[in-house]
Design a protein. Structure first.
Length: 113
C-alpha cells in the first residue's frame, strides 16, 4: 500500500500548481483523504480534507486558494493550488485521514517572491 505525491516544483508568487496523490496496492474510495504540508523547521499541518462523499474542508490559511478533489476511478486525489505565496513553500504529503499509512516522500513546492 503506497501513496505517491507528485506535481510539485518551483513557481513564482501568484502562480498555480496541481498536485496529485496516486494510491497503489489498495483503493481509498471509501476513505477520507487529506493533503498536509510541512515547511522547514515547522510541524506538519493539515491543508485540506475530502471525504468519501466529496465534502471538503480547508485550513483557514488556504480557503479560497486551494481546491481538493478526488477521482476514485483513478484512485487519485488532487490539490489545485492557485495564487501561490512564498509562505506556501513546503513539502506536501497526502494520506488517509483515519488510520494513516506510513508517510511517503511528499512533493516539494517552492514559491519564489
Amino acid at each position: 500500500v503506497q501513496l505517491q505525491a507528485s506535481g510539485g516544483g518551483l513557481v513564482q508568487a501568484g502562480g498555480s500548481l496541481r498536485l496529485s496523490c496516486a494510491a497503489s496496492g489498495t483503493t481509498f474510495s471509501k476513505n477520507a483523504m487529506a493533503w498536509y504540508r510541512q515547511a522547514p523547521g515547522e510541524q506538519r499541518e493539515l491543508v485540506a480534507i475530502i471525504n468519501s462523499g466529496d465534502s471538503t474542508n480547508y485550513a483557514d490559511s488556504v480557503k479560497g486558494q486551494f481546491t481538493i478533489a478526488r477521482d476514485n476511478g483513478k484512485n487519485t486525489v488532487y490539490l489545485q493550488m492557485n495564487s501561490l505565496k512564498p509562505e506556501d513553500t513546503a513539502v506536501y504529503y497526502c494520506n488517509v485521514v483515519l488510520n494513516p499509512i506510513p508517510w511517503g516522500q511528499g512533493t516539494q513546492v517552492t514559491v519564489s517572491s
